[in-house]
Design a protein around this ligand. Sequence first.
Ligand code: FE2
Length: 268
Amino acid sequence: MTKLIIFTDLHMVPEGMTIIGIDPYRRLANGIAHVNRFHADADRVIFAGDLAHYADRASYQRLKDLLSELIPPAAIMIGNHDRREVFLDVFTNAATDEGGFVQQTIDFADCRAVLLDTLFAPPYEYPTSHAGHLCERRLDWLDRQLDGAGERPVLLFMHHPPHASGFAGIDMIRLINEEEFYRLVKRHGNVRHIFAGHVHRTISGSSRGIPFSIFKSPVHQQPMPFDIADASLSVDEPAAYGIAVVTADGVLVHTEDYEIASRDAVVA
Ligand SMILES: [Fe+2]
């Protein structure tokens, strides 16, 4: 019964700054307090990339300070807004693979969690670098992690969804080598679920027969019309995080809108 909490797209900014009028620090601080109160027993809290909006040291440091308040252990990934070397300069103890990519494998009693680094940089040539990429070295590493999972089903975590989301702007900056990725994953046949961020919207479904879940950000969200070609447009909707629970039969995935959720139930 592994329980994982998933925050994605934190977009931390330097003190005094906001994103479309929202304070990312406050939103995440409320989320961490919520997890500490209701999910202190979580096996991991996974932060699925886009940690800092401008990838600046001050924002990473603010995030690091905030994470020191979290009760369950954290596991940290990066996304297209991050800069790998700046992140690693602040998060000196962050887990990386032998090639220096911010990816790691965590084995639990009933599953193996594989956290991928899909940042398509350096060089940081935006907007190209906002797309996701798994280079040959990272695919090799993934191959070995899937190979070594034994009887454990694998939960894959990646900032960029490896498939279209239905949002025109976001789909232009999705993982660029999804065919290669799925070929590898399907060859192993042990990935039970894929978790992603990047879209800033709650989406679930399946791709090539593998179920997926994408979560909202604690901060700004993707506007709902599907055909908006500009991926930088955002709307102010309540913050959320995801909860994944591995059961004997599969995986349960919940979304917690932690700033508007009410726990004082009354008879309907
Ligand atoms: Fe993001």
